[in-house]
Write a protein that binds this ligand. Structure first.
Ligand code: GLY
Ligand code: MN
Ligand code: MN
Length: 539
């Protein structure tokens, strides 16, 4: 090798190996992740293996990718945040070549100083061992040739396989190659579609002969399903079930499949839906950051601002207080835009005298908040806005006392629907209680955690240390069948709570909720209101 080349390589290595400085000190620890793996192992059936792939990278533009978001499951069980990796968690200890035993096997991204100078540091095999605490770690390029006999396992648990992963031909160990090698090692039949099997398995948990036609209708999307779904042999088998004997035989056949995405989903959900104390620390931080951001925006808001600047202000405060990302695309909609549930354009340049619905939450060390506040830009709700706002608030107040161990999850939305329906009748907006869904089209609670819509089982009673949202809302778009004075009012109030044994903990308490408190907060002024763009002088 010539001298300059040696020097360049040395420089690249120095850059890539330089220790990162001034990092947060409150990351989840290797002991936490190891504890989660043990908890999963305890739930897994005998002779099984759980397989967890990294998420794919996604194209933003040409050769530029979106900021990478790790697969929450992989992060939960390992702390690894990079793409192009696969983790195996075994129920029983396994013997590797050379007689070494291991309970986990991890194939990760290879160190590559030249690449790392462009796309960022990689942990590589050595640091996955020393920093994340794994023993059996290999480069992804070794996976294909690694003697791992998956045919010997009774159950292979995994989340399903994405079918839109790009094959980087210059990288023999990217996610595409890992997936292909896994399909071969696990002998997954070509017609096995994990997404369809998972959906079928979930339906089979509940279906009876009586509900069979409805279930088929649901599965086939009211006859609009894609050809791929309609022609799937398992879907055809399900649609051919005529009586309880057929149904029982079909269930047996499906549950004896060794590639089990349904059990994977169930086990992971049962772990992730209950937050450990370490996770609760992070949940409190992420929700606190988001609530402080909402309160700050209440001080800044005024007519003339844009939707995007209110979004930007919140996201700046997230970063100022240490959150790395937003938990989901921020929703900042003024007036009519507040009636679009997941409005993400945030493109109105002047909110004028309208009310702003802001559904904006931070992500802190992987954990997402989900907080919504609806605020009048003028600092004062109009009588119509206040009537709707106070009704949504009343629904929230009725739900909170139910947020304790033992309440059936479905009771929360029953209560929200009841309060909102009664209120809308009183205001003369609907006549029949069943019409409440015209203006309240979602339900009031979901699990929250590493995913904003976190994994968890909704068909159960609440348990201590679940974290859920409480988010009733009313949306009355123009043209609705009610007095036009209500048109274009959209209100959602969304808070995050920890379920306790007997009561709840309100995590988002720092953002005012009551209409009078929201108005009071807007009286404060924010320094950002004095920022203006000075005239640009052309020399
Ligand atoms: N931010 C999405 C939701 O509230 O569910
Ligand atoms: Mn939300
Ligand atoms: Mn939500």
């Amino acid at each position: 090798m010539k001298k300059p080349a040696v020097l360049l390589l040395a420089l690249a290595l120095t850059l890539a190996c330089a220790a990162q400085q001034d990092l947060p000190t409150d990351y989840l620890t290797p002991a936490f992740h190891a504890g989660r793996r043990e908890a999963l192992r305890a739930l897994m059936p005998p002779h099984s293996v759980a397989v967890i792939f990294a998420y794919p990278t996604r194209t933003f533009s040409n050769d530029v990718t979106y900021p990478y978001h790790p697969n929450p499951d992989l992060y939960y069980f390992s702390g690894y945040k990079e793409p192009h990796a696969v983790l195996f968690i075994f129920k029983e200890p396994q013997q590797g070549p050379g007689g070494k035993t291991f309970k986990e096997l991890f194939f990760v991204q290879q160190r590559d100083p030249a690449q790392e100078q462009w796309t960022g540091r990689r942990l590589g095999v050595e640091k996955v061992k020393s920093e994340l605490g794994f023993d059996a770690v290999f480069n992804g390029s070794e996976f294909n040739g690694y003697p791992l006999d998956l045919s010997g396992f009774d159950q292979i648990l995994f989340a399903g396989l994405p079918d839109d992963v790009h094959d980087d031909l210059g990288d023999p160990a990217d996610l595409y190659d890992l997936l292909e090698a896994f399909k071969k090692k696990a002998a997954i039949p070509a017609d096995y579609d994990a997404t369809i099997i998972s959906e079928l398995a979930a339906i089979l948990e509940r279906v009876s002969v009586k509900t069979l036609p409805r279930a088929i209708n649901y599965l086939t999307k009211q006859g609009n399903a894609s050809e791929k779904l309609r022609n799937n042999p398992w879907v055809i088998g399900f649609m051919n079930c005529k009586d309880s004997t057929d149904l029982a035989a079909f269930k047996n056949k499906l549950s004896s499949l060794k590639w089990n995405t349904f059990l994977y989903d169930k086990l992971i959900a049962s772990l992730r839906e209950i937050k450990t104390p370490e996770e609760m620390d992070l949940m409190r931080k992420t929700v606190s950051i988001s609530s402080i951001a909402h309160a700050e925006v209440m001080k800044a808001i005024q007519p003339g601002m844009s939707e995007a600047e209110l979004q930007g202000l919140q996201e700046y405060i997230h970063k100022k207080l240490g959150a790395e990302y937003v938990g989901y695309p921020s929703i900042a909609g003024a007036g009519a835009n507040g009636c679009i549930l997941h409005y993400e354009e945030n493109s109105r340049v002047n909110i004028h005298h309208d009310m702003m619905l802001m559904d904006i939450g931070a992500e802190y060390h992987g954990y997402s908040a989900d907080v919504t506040r609806t605020v009048p830009s003028t600092g004062k709700f109009s009588p119509g806005q206040k009537a709707i706002y106070d009704l949504v608030y009343q629904a929230q107040e009725a739900i909170f006392p139910l947020c304790h161990e033992g309440t059936p999850f479905s009771d929360l939305n029953k209560k929200a629907t009841e309060v909102l329906a009664d209120g809308l009748i009183k205001l003369g907006i609907i006549k029949d209680r069943s019409d409440v869904s015209l203006y309240y089209p979602h339900s009031c609670s979901h699990f929250l955690g590493l995913d904003v819509h976190d994994v968890g089982n909704y068909d159960q009673t609440l348990k201590e240390n679940m974290v859920i949202t409480v988010e009733p809302g009313l949306y009355i778009p123009a043209g609705s069948a009610c007095d036009h004075k209500w048109w274009d009012i959209g209100v959602r109030i969304e808070d995050d709570v920890r379920i306790g044994k007997e009561k709840f903990e309100l995590l988002s308490w720092q953002a005012p909720r009551k209409s009078v408190d929201v108005e009071k907060m807007t009286v404060n002024k924010s320094a950002v209101n004095n920022l203006i763009l000075p005239p640009v002088n052309v020399p």
